[in-house]
Ligand binder design. Structure first.
Ligand SMILES: [Fe+2]
Length: 280
């Protein structure tokens, strides 16, 4: 786990949050204290270059997203009032989300252990990095930054159906200790939240954050003849291993977010009704 050093991150606070995150590894669901891992977005400390990097990437991606992103995603961008000219202030994003779905985006210092990440989701809190990538690494940054996390993920949190899905996902993943299901849930997250496609008005559209926030991957997903685009089916998605570090050769296509929410509800009911220590 690595702390991203950036002027908006207070060093002492980030150190405490990272220690809390490290200490949460191995804790049970009811022991995890998500507030201990939250850090402040010291908004006034973003530099002109930070706003410029946000703006350049936002405008570059908008050229495709305007026509190729899911309507639900585009409605979300407007609903949380993301702007092309400056890094979003989480206080403003959260004031808008609070009215619509009750989701909140919370600053964290970097990667969290999986269970802690799920503990945030289970409470309708989305852990987000707050640093902006340097201008020298605009096209590729190995760690997530606020562009991936807020531009890529948060607009969907304004949609009530997706909002319910993501919380249910978090609750199920938090309470499952069965490695078989943990792996299946990781695949589900990958093929939906990170790399999902949806069919709207007879056309394929992007909604996964990895497709929204990456120009190369966003075009590849829709245009490459090499991609195997399969209809979403929960069991099949969960059976499909994924690979990182290159463009995705397999993607799953939703008919609607209701389809995803309903399939997740069924899966979660099965998991949450199992005794915690059951073997799979
Ligand atoms: Fe992501």
């Amino acid at each position: 786990m690595k702390s991203i050093e950036h002027p908006v991150v207070d060093g002492a606070e980030a150190k405490r949050a990272l220690e809390a995150a490290a200490a949460s590894e191995g804790m049970s669901a009811d022991q995890i204290d998500i507030e201990s891992m939250v850090i402040t977005q010291n908004y006034d400390r973003y530099s002109d270059e930070d706003h410029e990097v946000w703006s350049i990437i936002y405008n570059k991606r908008w050229a495709q997203i305007e026509t190729d992103a899911s309507d639900v995603f585009l409605r979300g961008i407007r609903a949380i009032n993301l702007r092309p000219d400056r890094v979003p202030d989480l206080r403003e994003v959260n004031a808008n989300l609070a009215r619509m779905t009750g989701w909140q985006s919370r600053g964290v210092p970097g990667y969290l252990p999986a269970k802690s990440f799920f503990a945030f989701l289970a409470k309708r809190q989305f852990p987000t990095t707050i640093a902006v990538r340097p201008k020298s690494q605009m096209d590729y940054l190995p760690e997530p930054d606020i562009i991936h996390d807020v531009f890529g993920h948060v607009p969907l949190h304004a949609d009530p159906v997706f909002a319910d899905f993501l919380q249910t996902y978090g609750q199920a993943a938090l309470h499952t200790d069965d490695p078989h299901h943990t792996e299946r849930l990781a695949r589900l997250f990958w093929f939906t939240v990170e790399f999902g496609l949806i069919r709207e008005d007879g056309r394929l559209k992007l909604y996964g954050s990895g497709l929204i926030s990456s120009e190369g991957e966003g075009h590849h997903a829709l245009e490459s003849p090499e991609v195997d685009r399969r209809p979403f089916e929960m069991q099949r998605v969960c059976d499909t291993p994924f690979e990182i570090d290159h463009y995705q050769p397999i993607l799953y296509v939703l008919d609607s977010f209701e389809q995803l929410r309903d399939a997740m509800n069924t899966y979660a009911e099965m998991l949450l009704n199992q005794p915690a220590a059951s073997a799979g």
